[in-house]
Design a protein around this ligand. Structure first.
Ligand code: FES
Length: 100
């Protein structure tokens, strides 16, 4: 695992998510009581989850409204055993880093 800088500090609005491409992977980073990063592409039909509506720790995929926990990556409806990869995030002096 390697820490990589993915964004400028303060570039993700509070209560929102943003998608970044890191090593050809789409990663969604949410600024919701701290930063949380999970895979950015929904396991259902490749929806981009970063712009999804946030309700506490839960993000709703904009395409067909499946729900994921942004801290654990778990899909909380339909298929209980589905889990997206999560990544550690750190807000440092010079930007936002993830461990990928
Ligand atoms: S693509 Fe995400 S719910 Fe269908």
């Amino acid at each position: 695992m390697v820490w990589k800088k993915v964004a400028k500090k303060d570039s993700i609005a509070s209560g929102k998510g943003r998608e970044f491409t890191v090593d050809d992977k789409k990663i969604a980073i949410f600024n919701q009581n701290g930063y949380h990063a999970i895979d950015g592409i929904c396991v259902h039909q490749d929806g981009h989850i970063a712009p999804g509506k946030l309700d506490g720790d839960i993000v709703e995929c904009p395409l067909h409204l499946w729900h994921y926990n942004i801290k654990t990556g778990e899909l909380i409806d339909y298929l209980k055993d589905v889990k997206m990869q999560t990544y550690k995030v750190e807000a440092r002096q010079d930007g936002i880093y993830i461990d990928i």
